[in-house]
Design a protein around this ligand. Structure first.
Ligand SMILES: Cc1cc2nc3c(=O)[nH]c(=O)nc-3n(C[C@H](O)[C@H](O)[C@H](O)COP(=O)(O)O)c2cc1C
Length: 346
């Protein structure tokens, strides 16, 4: 019933996945206080090496990208060495692993780094840091042209660091209401310069980052996650569709390793997209698409059969079942995920 998940899939000439099940990026807040992955993190990823591809938890490109405690980084040599242990362990088990590169933008909090919170516009996100409710989100500083140039450089450097750390590639986190996504939605981008107002301008930062990374590490190793349907840290706007109508064909020209939807439940429909985020992207983007969001192996396999997307990312079930792939293959019972499982790396 799920046999199509166990077929190989070539992302391009240099990377072939042994199956179509990806481990979705899952923030676990388990790095040490220098934001270095620990041995427990190494073991956690190694246990999941039979996924076709592991995408790591979101990993910050520089200190002011941090919005949650103990999320790992990829900007110090100690962090790079820490990740090298992870990639070695995954490769020793013939797995493949991409690092997810992250800057939280206005969802950052100075508690973690001390300094300005940078975002496209001086528009705060409502609320406070989860489980640290005293840390109320602040009104960010609107990034200057120089700030933007430096951010793009820092994304490219983090991508180069990822390759140095032995990663097979990177996924740019352009989803879920974080920095890149903040440029792509009207609720968080009210700039009047060449990074705001029009679809082309609002797409510019995302494309600058993509192009800088491709220049540094190559398109074969570069992937992107996007959320055309705003659902987290952001309000959607009917005009957002025009931005993605422009962005998606531009991305298609770049021949990325894949494009990945950022969503928790793919059944969610967005009026302004005319359906689910994945159906909208599928209709506007013709290269490899990764679907995700409350799928089981069976429903995900069915979606691939129906050509809704090419590869399936699995999140929460992978937290509960390190041996998810083997269990699906042998039709064994899965452990049900619960939020209490987040306190421990199994
Ligand atoms: C605990 C937790 C942490 C997550 N961390 C990230 C993350 O770091 N980066 C990201 O892009 N998505 C993150 N997500 C979203 C997942 O990648 C995925 O899209 C979502 O869980 C839906 O897939 P699922 O139904 O298979 O769990 C996270 C989700 C959960 C539950």
């Amino acid at each position: 019933m799920t046999t199509n998940l166990f077929q190989e899939y070539a992302l391009n000439d240099s990377i072939t996945l042994k199956n179509k099940i990806l481990m979705a990026p899952l923030t676990r807040c388990m790095a040490d206080d220098e934001l270095i992955p620990t041995q427990a993190v190494v073991d956690y990823y190694a246990r999941r090496a039979d996924a076709g591809l592991i995408i790591t938890e979101a990993t910050i490109i520089r200190p002011d990208g941090q919005g949650y405690p103990n999320t790992p980084g990829l900007y110090t040599s100690a962090q790079i060495e820490g990740w090298q242990k992870v990639t070695d362990a995954v490769h020793a088990k013939e797995g493949k692993i991409f690092a997810q590169l992250w800057h939280t933008g206005r969802v950052a909090h100075p508690h973690f780094f001390g300094g300005d919170v940078l975002a496209p516009s001086a528009l705060a996100v409502e609320g406070s840091v989860p489980r640290m409710r005293e840390l109320v989100y602040q009104v960010p500083k609107a990034a200057t042209q120089d700030d933007i140039k430096q951010l793009v450089k820092d994304y490219a450097q983090a991508a180069a660091n990822a390759v140095d750390a032995g990663f097979d590639g990177i996924e740019i986190h352009g989803a879920n209401g974080y920095l890149i996504d903040q440029f792509l939605h009207h609720a968080s981008n009210q700039r009047a310069d060449n990074y705001g107002e029009t679809p082309e301008n609002m797409s510019r930062f995302a494309l600058d980052v993509v192009d800088a990374i491709i220049n540094r590490i190559g398109n074969d190793k570069t992937a992107l996650r996007v959320s055309p349907g705003a659902y987290f840290n952001l309000e959607g706007d009917i005009k957002d569709k025009d931005v993605f109508d422009y962005l998606l064909p531009e991305l298609e020209k770049r021949n990325l390793a894949f494009l990945h939807i950022g969503i928790f439940d793919d059944a969610m429909e967005f009026d302004y997209l005319g359906g689910s985020a994945s159906s909208y992207v599928r209709a506007n983007y013709n290269n490899t698409l990764v679907g995700v969001g409350s799928f089981s192996a069976e429903t995900g396999s069915q979606a691939i059969t129906e050509d809704k997307f090419d590869l399936l990312a699995i999140g929460r079930p992978f937290i509960a079942n390190p041996d998810y792939v083997e269990k699906v293959k042998t039709n064994s019972d899965l452990v049900t995920y619960s939020d209490e499982m987040l306190t421990e790396l199994i």
